[in-house]
Design a protein around this ligand. Structure first.
Ligand SMILES: [Zn+2]
Length: 202
């Protein structure tokens, strides 16, 4: 099992953030529960992170956000999961033979919304690291990075389970469409409580 924690950064998750995702504060506690469960159980966790420069192309589509080195770019739970951490910068190249180790926290920087725009992460996928793995997906925003991550994981052969009360989207229509598209791709949904109960019973 791999946890995929998408862009839980201050600029998206805090009401005063540069690109606040409406309602994101309501899923904050569930995200914390999930990251604590990953700590307790040593579940490999991949946290993606927007890491922008001032002149990034993405700012032609979205307002500036998550500028590298600013408080807005920090993860809301910077110390969770409390597992050995490996940080992968946005320009890291694919690393042949790299694997996802149990009990490790990977922090993956990216410059566009698709998590697999990071060549290192894409290389893992190309190598089959996600094939037949159960990936537990949560974070923001459902209609941009979460759906891109979910579809990208499906493409890599993963079984994807989205934590329905630990995601939020930017706009209602696009969020609904994203959830429909994920379902149509074979992605399943579960609540935080049910997932944690399942982990406790395993
Ligand atoms: Zn971004």
């Amino acid at each position: 099992m791999i946890f995929i924690d998408i862009d839980t950064q201050r600029d998206f998750m805090n009401e005063d953030g540069a690109l606040y995702v409406p309602g994101a504060t309501t899923v904050r506690d569930n995200i914390e529960r999930l990251l604590r469960a990953a700590t307790e159980r040593g579940i490999a966790t991949i946290s993606t992170r927007c890491a922008h420069d001032f002149d990034d192309d993405e700012f032609e589509i979205f307002p500036p956000h998550c500028i590298k080195g600013t408080p807005g770019a920090e993860r809301i739970f910077p110390d969770l999961p409390a597992l050995p951490r490996r940080e992968i910068s946005a320009d890291t190249q694919a690393e042949p033979g790299a694997t996802i180790e149990t009990g490790t926290h990977y922090v993956i920087d990216k410059k566009v919304f698709d998590p697999f725009s990071n060549a290192w992460l894409d290389g893992l996928r190309e190598d089959g690291s996600f094939r037949q793995k159960e990936c537990i997906l949560f974070g923001v925003a459902t209609d941009y990075c979460v759906i891109a991550g979910g579809l990208g994981l499906v493409k890599g052969g993963a079984g994807v389970l989205v934590v329905e009360d630990a995601i939020r989207g930017v706009a209602p229509e696009t969020t609904e469409a994203a959830i429909e598209q994920l379902r149509a791709s074979g992605v399943d949904f579960i609540s935080t409580a049910n997932l944690l109960a399942r982990l406790r019973s395993e």
